[in-house]
Design a protein around this ligand. Structure first.
Ligand code: 13P
Ligand code: SF4
Length: 317
């Protein structure tokens, strides 16, 4: 519509005036993904945040992502169009929880998923995202015990793919991905025997997906456990007629644009993250006009978190 076009032009003009780069996560609303300078998964966006030349980063995503950008680029201004855009997974653990857990395992290496607050990152040794979690674990000597936090499903997944026994997993979960459960996946797969399946490792059904393969119910090449960025790469290459997608539904916009020959359908169409959707067209415009809301991280917290985040962006493809 012309309105959307005018809005997009104004957004880009204001970004230029402010010397701002707009980064959007793959779960953002379609119009936000389309207007952003870069759209991607958590790892790709963190790498961009560390590298971009612009003096301001407008982060269209959730609070922990804007904090991560600020940790990596402390001299830049980082704006989050709605500071209330949180994350139910990040909320499952506090810095105090990490200190208490570490006290029980003083020799362990603490690995934190990027979906954590800056204060939690400051208590950890190394961060990871869903796309490099296994590589991060492999970078740690095999004889070291590992505390993996906060996502239980991603934790179980990395345990399986790395074969490491000595990983203790925090029992947190994301309410959106936990809701994409094994029962729903099995029903959908049975109804669509020719479809491929891409599953985000935060999903409650990640274990069922591998069980379906392990039990021989579904051939191995049909099921892939992937980060959102990994799903996009797989979508560009697939020749399948249909792919069932187990992740937040915002992902479908990128997948459909990347490959118009394949039909992409959600495993659970109600899997929507209301935090991600808090970034609206109107709020992005206000953020660019008024320079709101600036995200800051206390310097001593940022300094302690920085090395774990820098290790994360250095590992994996
Ligand atoms: P990725 O984009 O890294 O796969 O992360 C998914 C997610 O839940 C972010 O909130
Ligand atoms: Fe957090 Fe889940 Fe939303 Fe991702 S989808 S931001 S993990 S609540």
């Amino acid at each position: 519509t012309p309105n959307l076009r005018e809005w997009a032009e104004e957004v880009r003009a204001l970004a230029e005036e402010r010397d701002a780069v707009i980064l959007a996560h793959n779960y953002q609303r379609p119009e936000i993904q389309d207007v952003a300078h870069h759209t991607g998964d958590s790892l790709a966006l963190s790498r961009l945040a560390a590298q971009v030349e612009a003096s301001t980063i407008v982060f269209c995503g959730v609070h922990f992502m804007a904090e991560t950008a600020k940790i990596l680029s402390p001299d830049k201004t980082v704006l989050l169009p709605d500071p209330g855009a949180g994350c139910s997974l990040a909320d499952t653990i506090t810095a105090e929880d990490v200190r208490a857990w570490r006290a029980q395992y003083p020799d362990a290496v603490v690995v934190a998923y990027v979906n954590t607050t800056a204060a939690v990152k400051a208590e950890t040794d190394i961060c990871c995202t869903s796309s490099n979690a296994a590589d991060v674990i492999r970078s740690i000597p095999e004889d070291r015990e590992i505390l993996f936090l906060p996502d239980q499903f991603l934790g179980a997944h990395v345990k399986r793919v790395t074969g490491r026994e000595n990983i203790h997993v925090w029992m947190g979960e994301c309410h959106v991905h936990a809701g994409i459960d094994g029962h729903t996946l099995r029903e959908r797969v049975a109804a669509e025997p020719d479809a491929e399946v891409y599953v985000h490792p935060e999903c409650g059904c990640a274990t069922s997906a591998l069980y379906l393969v392990g039990s021989g119910a579904v051939p191995q090449e049909r099921v892939k456990v992937l980060s959102t960025g990994g799903m996009l790469t797989a979508a560009e290459r697939t020749s399948a007629g249909k792919v069932l997608i187990a992740t937040e539904t915002g992902m479908l916009h990128q997948l459909r644009a990347a490959n118009p020959h394949t039909v992409f359908e959600p495993v659970n169409p109600r899997a929507e993250c209301h935090y991600m959707k808090m970034i609206t067209a109107e709020k992005l415009l206000t953020a660019l006009r008024e320079g709101t809301t600036e995200i800051t991280v206390e310097e001593d917290v940022a300094a302690r978190a920085r090395s774990s985040v820098e290790r994360m962006i250095a590992i994996g493809s």
